[in-house]
Design a protein around this ligand. Sequence first.
Ligand code: ATP
Ligand code: MG
Length: 414
Amino acid sequence: MTAEIISVGTELLMGDVINTNSAFIACELKGIGVNVYRISVVGDNSARLTDALKTAASRADTIILTGGLGPTQDDLTKETVAEYLNLEMIFDKSSWDNIVETLNKRGRPVTENNKKQAFFPKGSAILKNNCGTAAGCAVTANGVTYIMLPGPPYEMEAMFKNEVIPILTQKSDIRFYSKTLRICGVGESAVEDMLNDIIASQTNPTIAPYAKTYEVHLRVTASAASEKTARALAAPVVDKIYAILGDNIYGEDDTTIEDAAITLLRETGYTIATAESCTGGLLAARLVNVPGASGVFMEGVVTYSNEAKIKRLGVSPATLEQYGAVSEQTAKEMAVGIAKGSDTNIGVAITGIAGPGGETNGKNVGLVYIAIFLNGQVTVNEYHFTGDRTKIRDGSAQTALDMLRRVLWRLKRE
Ligand code: ATP
Ligand code: MG
């Protein structure tokens, strides 16, 4: 199977919006063994889109389009494909019902031009949109499948996973199975290095590392005549990777590091509170991302000033005076203070210099201390993050979650 991706939207050509949809789709296609031959971007213009369709259809058997499924005049992807393939546009009642229901739920008026979103090229399979009004569609003509997806990334990604992958795997007689292992605490090159031998010797399953923000995802993909066989091919390789990377792997597939941390808190029966300085509540926000966090996460405070650290957490003025707010000693007292004050088993504290200013007495931007109080003991680590303020703050929150889940994991194993 060979595919081309066409992103439709003038905003993409103007540089106002980054074409993340194409990257996402290309990545997904690679995961199921589909070769992408070309990626193009076309403005909201029917003649130029027709032109792009013509060339793509001469080279590929699968063309994936994103954008231009909306209700307005400049949304013309389905109409252009229909015209190019000489197909009528047909009204789909169930899509229309879904549009009306979604708009009603959002308290938005149903207008005449919304109807446009319920018309599809004749013979299309309708691709459900669980996150918005624009359904997608897939139609095959002259051996080429045209898959039309909405532009908003959140809607497109969900539709791709739920609706498109099954179509593509159906189209080929090969079945795929893939598992993503999520790693934190080791960089991409170190991961590759540790797995060098298996990555090099492995063709089925393939092992592909993806660098994410402060973590690495490893996707193991096996192909076979049945999903069961593909699964069986992947399993021993996944086991081998676990044996090498051990608890650097915090979760699988869609599990986030905060999911992993909250699950471990639930399993161990521990409660947690957080005290943050430079991250300004990012750690608390990450924990609250997880539904049901309320069972284990009691309180999060942002103690930005020295006064707040003294008043809310009981950090000693002498410690602040002697070692400074960004120090191992202060981090420790913050972690103990928040756990005592909120009556939790665990207290996590973050204090650091997010920059760009704020360098003092040999303490550089990016210096961050993270402390965890647990069972009467405090562990504190010193980190040196690089990058801008956002990157340093994100790295601090992520690393605190990593420290937390490692501590809990060890506890669970004991
Ligand atoms: P809508 O109903 O919102 O109009 P649509 O299917 O018509 O949806 P577009 O109008 O093309 O989609 O795009 C809607 C928004 O989605 C764009 O403003 C942009 O923010 C985002 N978007 C579109 N295409 C891409 C892309 N290739 N990569 C990333 N974001 C995109
Ligand atoms: Mg639109």
